[in-house]
Design a protein around this ligand. Sequence first.
Ligand code: OAD
Length: 236
Amino acid sequence: MRSAERVAVLTGAGVSAESGVPTFRGEDGLWKKFRPEELANFDAFMRNPKLVWEWYNYRKKLIHEVKPNLGHYALAKMEDVCPEFWLITQNVDGLHRKAGSRKILELHGNIMRSRCVECGEESDTVELREGGELPRCRCGALMRPDVVWFGEMLPEDVLRRAFEAARECDLFFSIGTSAVVQPAASMPLVAKEAGAFVVEVNTEPTVISESVDESILGMSGEVLPKLLKEAWGVEI
Ligand code: OAD
């Protein structure tokens, strides 16, 4: 690890779990309580935009109230000590940025941002106010949360750069992701095939655990600060 010149990291909901943000799968996962097909796809939004906005406001409020954890901070430090570094995240909570990471590729968008369904104009402030009208763009069309929903394409440029980082790195981490949602799920394997040393950090074994070089079972908020200290001599 110490000799790695190019490092790429893929994170999933597990990295924010210790901050109090619920994950998607597993016992307390969001998809156990809510139906993705009613909340996280474009047709559902157009059918019932108010319901979808209320769900996103609920998650935004939750995220507003939480702070990054030691796992996020360790990754921000890792960026400082590695000559080349990319943080690829499936998370929409913005906690990596809050922790100080800068080279972030947000595969699934950002929950704090909205965008117009027609002209694509973005906004950081628009949301459904309590008891209010649905948020609209200057062009008159509906604003939607700027996140990737089921059946939608990922932002092309971000995706291209993420695969490039996976192919070109010599050390790749897959952290706190169940590694079942494509195309992110294939990134650790793409990195491995291209010759990188691949390390997984997760509280449970996943579908890729057998294929990676090292699978570390534990919470990212505990494992990552230890890794940082052992490999790079850096404390947070
Ligand atoms: P999941 O909920 O599928 O997986 C979270 C993973 O984190 C699981 O494998 C847990 O074992 C692990 N985990 C939980 N707590 C942890 C901790 N403290 N430290 C380390 N690991 C921990 O979440 P994702 O893999 O991120 O997509 O899900 C991928 C995508 O599916 C999400 O981005 C979302 C969802 O549908 C969209 O909304 C487009």
